[in-house]
Design a protein around this ligand. Structure first.
Ligand SMILES: *[C@@H]1O[C@H](CO)[C@@H](O)[C@H](O)[C@H]1NC(C)=O
Length: 222
């Protein structure tokens, strides 16, 4: 009985170990790639994009998006996925002006925006949206705006919301209880407005040369 169980578990453990070793090598990659799980930081405010199981008390009432100053919060992890209805090859660098979705890893919801008013500053609300499988709607699509070739890990980018043409930004305003000290995240109309630059930070960067033919399925489990 024990033998049979071990026999079943072994391949999974083995694949997991391969996966971890590939990821540690991948951390040297220069680019943010499709399938990357990362934190992104607003460069002016020094706050990382964040979400959690807390709903807005106003506007859409959907799950709130905030920004936090700590670097080690697991609720600040985002998975880079292709825009809804599009595909991208796992590990391929994200070109400037590519359409993506950012999925909040802990709750499976997507970074989303729409014409609701944000709770503190009255800008456009940014929320987290989607079902348990991570599927939402067109309001989850964002364009990575940068001036060079690819979304580079060492260069800030802007994130432009496709449906409303708003840019992801911090407002500079801070929430009180129950999420005291967290920054408000909003959509703004001008990319030249304050607080619209986002820098890739900590993450698990999938690199093209690290991919094995059967690996796509493994990374999906992350
Ligand atoms: C965004 O999402 C919708 C899903 O409603 C999809 O049909 C569309 O092609 C996506 N892409 C862009 C670039 O808007």
């Amino acid at each position: 009985m024990v033998f049979v169980k071990l026999f079943h578990v072994f391949p999974i453990v083995f694949l997991f170990i391969i996966c971890i070793s590939k990821i540690s090598k991948a951390s040297r990659a220069e680019f943010v790639t499709c399938g990357t799980m990362l934190k992104i930081m607003n460069t002016d405010l020094r706050l990382r994009l964040h979400s959690h199981d807390v709903k807005y008390g106003s506007g859409s009432g959907q799950q709130s998006i905030t920004a936090v100053d700590v670097s080690d919060d697991h609720n600040s992890h985002w998975l880079v996925r292709p825009a809804m209805g599009e595909t991208c090859k796992r590990g391929s660098p994200i070109k400037c002006n590519t359409n993506i979705r950012l999925q909040h890893v802990a709750t499976k919801k997507n970074l989303h925006s729409h014409y609701f008013s944000s709770p503190l500053s009255g800008n456009q609300e940014v929320s987290a949206y989607g079902d348990d499988g991570g599927e939402g709607d067109s309001g989850d699509n964002w364009t990575v705006v940068c001036n060079n070739d690819y979304w580079r890990r060492d260069t800030p980018v802007k994130l432009k919301h496709i449906d409303t043409a708003a840019y992801l930004a911090g407002s500079g305003r801070t929430f009180g209880r129950p999420i005291s000290g967290q920054g408000e995240i909003v959509g703004v109309t001008s990319q030249y407005g304050a607080y619209t630059d986002w820098q890739a930070m900590e993450g698990l960067f999938v690199h093209p040369s690290d991919l094995l033919p059967h690996q796509a399925a493994i990374h999906t489990e992350l």
